[in-house]
Design a binder for this molecule. Structure first.
Ligand SMILES: [Ca+2]
Ligand SMILES: [Ca+2]
Length: 91
């Protein structure tokens, strides 16, 4: 499965109102559900992922992060978001 397909699934699972962008609240809801990260860690992760800094995570932000190895924390974020896998089927 290609990275962009994984991106799509992940993105859709977090974008609860399906408006094509992930707000900080949606991010928090997804991340806090299965993780025991502090608000500070979550905020840092969100900022890191919001590549263009507009306060929302769009598909483009996702693809840049997950597809770009220059982001040192990419694996961490990927693991974190894997834990946000809503239906728990591991995909
Ligand atoms: Ca949304
Ligand atoms: Ca953005």
């Amino acid at each position: 499965m290609g990275i962009s397909v994984q991106c799509d699934k992940l993105f859709d699972s977090i974008d609860q109102d399906q408006n094509g962008e992930i707000s900080y609240l949606e991010f928090l809801a997804a991340a806090m559900d299965k993780n025991h990260l502090s608000m500070k860690q979550l905020e840092d992760a969100f900022k890191l992922m919001d590549v263009d800094g507009n306060g929302f995570l769009e598909q483009e932000d996702f693809e840049q992060i997950l597809g770009d190895s220059k982001f040192n924390n990419a694996n961490e974020i990927r693991n974190m978001l894997a834990n946000a896998d809503m239906d728990g089927d591991g995909r």
